[in-house]
Design a protein around this ligand. Structure first.
Ligand SMILES: NC(=O)c1ccc[n+]([C@@H]2O[C@H](COP(=O)([O-])OP(=O)(O)OC[C@H]3O[C@@H](n4cnc5c(N)ncnc54)[C@H](OP(=O)(O)O)[C@@H]3O)[C@@H](O)[C@H]2O)c1
Length: 377
């Protein structure tokens, strides 16, 4: 990716000299990567990506070679493919799609990492990543008991509720995109942090049942089934205190009308805009919030960028780690087998085919469609 993405060494980034480092025999000469083949207009297609073999560059001093086992598909990646009309860096054609990944060190020139260490990185959809040691995080299961927690958007959900919305005990909280990776965590964290009532929305009856039956939401509705304002008002007749917004559009417009005086909205995501609407809007339904309500009710509508809260990551992970260890918070995960299936799975993710975090298991082991993904079969 351009400007703000983490940098990976490319096969052409170092000129061969007599001191060019070589790879240990245990590391293959090449590995598969998923690169952007075309900038999509609207919903991407699998043909917008290309899976190809690329040489694994040797690690220069201070670098580490990682064999990726799992990487996360992230709806936010759509924002960097272009065509969303926002001031964001755009992935260049041929770039590897970035994102969180988990793997094992297979070669290291840095004293801080040894072969066999389990680490996570942000170098995305590739079988082998060569990273500066500073760009790696060591997986520490004494903090986060499941390694796949390192691939979950923990800080986004936690910071949105705790730091941005300043959630208070007893608050009524509404979360859109609640069956997604961020929303599912936000709803659970709201409950664990003392919310009085947690309401979620998602795009199918099965997902609605999952929210109330598995993730512990008090109530949920299908945002594709009738006007959102009516559905939300029926579940929150006295209004809401906090809205965790992953969608914008009609759900944000409805929430702004129903936020009580001094209510807070966390503007986290743009699913309705980045993917195009997944529903026909009911006649007369608002899709732009009426900010007159923000004035009258002294509302706070605040945008979230996770990176702004990096200094609170340790605090978030300590708290979430305790909940995970106690079995009080669930990592909602779907695992897809095989790096070659990542493009199709990404499109399916954006189309609403999955729940929770979607992880790609690079080596193509069988899918685990529900529950925690076993890493050590
Ligand atoms: N601000 C930040 O720093 C930050 C950080 C991370 C993520 N985000 C954003 O947070 C949002 C959620 O991320 P995520 O990883 O949890 O994604 P996600 O929910 O896993 O995204 C996929 C889901 O989005 C829903 N969806 C797709 N199109 C939609 C539409 N038009 N309207 C409503 N829902 C739609 C679908 O579920 P349904 O079946 O329910 O429709 C789909 O399963 C994304 O917009 C992402 O960019 C922001």
């Amino acid at each position: 990716m351009s400007a703000s993405s983490p940098t990976a060494s490319s096969p052409t980034s170092s000129s061969p000299t007599s001191s060019t480092p070589t790879l240990p025999a245990s590391v293959p000469a090449s590995g598969r990567q998923v690169r952007l083949a075309a900038h999509p207009a609207g919903l991407p297609t699998p043909e917008d990506f290309r899976v190809e073999l690329a040489a694994v560059p040797a690690a220069r001093p201070g670098q580490v070679v990682v064999r990726t086992r799992l990487f996360a598909l992230d709806a936010a990646a759509r924002l960097f493919l272009g065509g969303v009309g926002l001031p964001l860096p755009r992935l260049a054609l041929g770039d590897v799609v970035p994102g969180a990944a988990l793997g094992e060190v297979v070669a290291s020139t840095d004293p801080g990492f040894a072969v066999g260490d389990e680490v996570c990185h942000q170098l995305g959809w590739r079988e082998f990543a060569v990273a500066d040691a500073a760009a790696l995080r060591r997986v520490d299961t004494t903090v986060l008991p499941s390694p796949t927690a390192y691939l979950a958007p923990l800080l986004t959900a936690w910071a949105g509720l705790v730091a941005v919305a300043e959630l208070r005990p007893g608050d009524t909280v509404f979360v859109s995109g609640a069956a997604g990776a961020v929303g599912g965590l936000a709803g659970q964290i709201a409950r664990l942090r003392g919310a009085g009532r947690v309401i979620g929305s998602a795009g199918s009856p099965a997902k609605v049942a999952h929210l109330t039956g598995t993730l512990g939401f008090d109530a949920a509705f299908d945002y594709r089934d009738g006007p959102v304002l009516e559905r939300l008002r029926a579940l929150a007749p006295d209004g809401i205190d906090v809205y965790f917004d992953t969608t914008g559009g009609a759900q944000l417009a409805a929430a702004v009308r129903l936020l009580r005086p001094h209510g807070r909205a966390v503007l986290c995501g743009l699913l309705d805009r980045q993917n195009g609407p997944r529903r026909a809007h009911a006649s007369g339904e608002e899709t732009t919030p009426d900010l007159g309500y923000a004035v009258t009710n002294r509302l706070t509508l605040r945008g979230l960028r996770t990176a702004d809260f990096a200094d609170r990551r340790a605090e978030a992970e300590q708290e979430i780690g305790r909940w995970l260890a106690a079995g009080r918070l669930r990592l909602d995960e779907t695992v897809v087998a095989g790096i070659e299936n990542a493009p199709r799975a990404f499109v399916d993710l954006l189309r609403g085919e999955f729940t929770g975090r979607v992880l790609v298991r690079v080596d193509g082991q069988p899918d685990h469609k529900t529950g925690l993904a076993p890493l050590d079969e």
